[in-house]
Design a protein around this ligand. Sequence first.
Ligand code: FAD
Ligand code: NAP
Ligand code: SF4
Length: 676
Amino acid sequence: MKPYPHIFKPLDLGFTQLKNRVIMGSMHTGLEEAKNGYERMALYFQERAKGGVGLIITGGISPNLSGRVAPYSSQLSFPWQVKKHKIITDAVHEVADAKICLQILHAGRYGYHPLCAAPSRIKSPISPFTPRALSRLGVYKTIQDFANCANLAKKSGYDGIEIMGSEGYLINQFVAPKTNHRKDKYGGDIHNRIRFPLEIINAIRKKVGKQFIIIFRLSMLDLIDQGSTWDEIVIFAKELEAHGVNLINTGIGWHEARVPTIATMVPRASFTWVTEKLKKDVNIPLITTNRINTPDVIEDILLNKQADMVCMARPFLADPYFLQKAANDNAKSINTCISCNQACLDHVFKQKIASCLVNPKACHETEFSHKQATVKRSFAVVGAGPAGLSFAIEAAELGHSVTLYERNHEIGGQFNIAKEIPGKEEFKETLRYFNYQIEKLNITIQLNTEVKAENLINQFDEIIIATGIRPRIPSIEGADLSHVLTYQDVLWHKKPVGKSVALIGAGGIGFDTAEFLAHDPNKLPTSLDKPAFYKEWGIDIHYNHRGAITNKKAEMSHRQIYLLQRKASKLGKGLGKTTGWIHRQSLNDKGVDMIGGVEYQKITKEGLHISINGKQQLLEVDNIVLCAGQLSNNELYEELKAKNQPVHIIGGAHLAVEIDAKRAINDGVRLAHKLT
Ligand code: FAD
Ligand code: NAP
Ligand code: SF4
């Protein structure tokens, strides 16, 4: 039997067929506004089409000036713009049966510029700009702008469009009572509030005809107070079907919602229940979304008829060949998206081109050659952390001979510690992928081998040092006492920790260690337990409240935890742009005491002596855990360099400050190409 039969069952839309049940969802990458962005996007999308995805949806494109997400964001309003979109559609259509739709997104009050417009003059909590309320004429013109944009999309060769009606953007702002206070026919009861999107669909159909895919992204869970009720969503969905929408996609959570919806601590497929709930009310195919990242999860959803299709975005950044690998029954070879957001969403929010932590080539396809090395060289790689592993795999893929040395009994470096944190279980997938590639590419690996300079001298064409980091031990009196532990002692060596603990250092690792210590080790982490996740974040799965949001009930930590830093600024300020708030909220809800502006004085057997604003105090704790940053392990590199060996250094060994897996993997992949 063919693997994943439900995934690879075509979907007939009458006038056209989709070759399988997986959509690459809309995701802004920053290429839309970059130099040569359309050429780069063409390659980026073409690569995903070659990987077998049935239908691609572009990043959101505004139908007019006021709808732009930011002042320089993309817009499709003029016939002269068709030419550049054709670069994309032609590239995708070179691949047999590949299809691509343009997403039309009007940001409404989320527009980060003074021209933004909304149903009512109500500022959003995530933008400094107060929108102007659209006049009746403004509403009419916006509807025409959507229709014009769809028509231009058709002329550009797109197979259809997706209308962005969720995540709290303009259309969603019309539908929800929170943001629609209008007194005209576009405000008031649900029938009036959905008039705007329905008129958009009518206007679009009139322009593009019947043989053009229209997908509507419907907010099935607003996750804000005064969002839609379930009954309103059903009314709206039925009207969407009656107005000729071909597919309904699922939207989860407004951008201003304080509920994690796609981050790694969200259990897989946590929101599929809401798509399933709608299935009995409409006949057109429904697409489900959010935290779906493996073929098994997709197949399960389809098999159980929870949805007709599945939409994923980030997993196609991580691995463009996701579906091809699934079709070949080789799911273990997929480079799985770990939902970290570090190189995709965090980049976009910082106005940088998106990429992927586990696949730095994503959105940078033009910078890498697929050509095999003409001269096969021998490389020694010391250290099988993310940096060494990514170098080894890339170099072997390019045709070189690689010997990888690791002093531990397993590969992974600090990723082995990261995966211990509740909510970071997905990191295991990256280790599975690395292990698979080592075997497939015949990389010689020597575990339990602490390499010395003399083992390497004059043995290889090039030596790559990826020996990572060691924890910094701050020079605080008493730091050598036995109840003082490093984060590695706690997370890796599982040394026992008492009922009260102070953490010195509140960077990413301090936060993660606090999360680890706040959990009861005898209970499932919430990231693996959907009911616990819904409870912790107040998601009302019975839909008794507007927006499906209710009171949060996090489990309090079973330990007294102090998380400390010397800086007076807010703790966790340097954490990921799109995930930092989740880490802060999570620790806060568990009762962790987060204190800044701390001066460490000494450690005694009684605890940690600190002073805050000159006021002395003793934190009477059983243990002190050091999470005070890291230092490079670069001695081997210095020794080899001094002996004139052809040596290179990457990852944390090169620079410990702010080292993360994104930089480590990027270093490894790029050096492999540089040495080819
Ligand atoms: P390392 O991972 O330190 O690997 C170095 C390897 O070299 C080790 O396996 C070591 O045993 C080996 N080695 C050293 N010397 C020798 C020798 N002489 N001979 C043989 N082998 C040797 N990063 C993120 O991007 N996102 C996160 O969410 C994240 N969470 C984290 C959570 C925790 C709790 C921790 C501890 C780290 C986290 N990180 C995260 C950081 C990330 O894991 C590191 O930045 C990354 O592992 C650095 O990779 P590296 O290859 O440079 O070094
Ligand atoms: P970090 O982010 O640099 O934080 C180090 C912490 O230690 C800071 O809070 C710092 O705060 C404190 N510190 C530094 N020197 C000190 C000293 N001499 N004495 C006492 N305190 C000191 O480093 P990290 O937490 O070790 O994390 C390492 C890297 O891993 C990070 O750069 C991060 O990118 C990555 N990581 C990422 C994630 C993620 O979720 N994205 C999670 C974990 C780790 P003060 O100087 O104010 O005291
Ligand atoms: Fe997934 Fe992280 Fe890559 Fe984004 S950066 S696609 S979340 S693995």
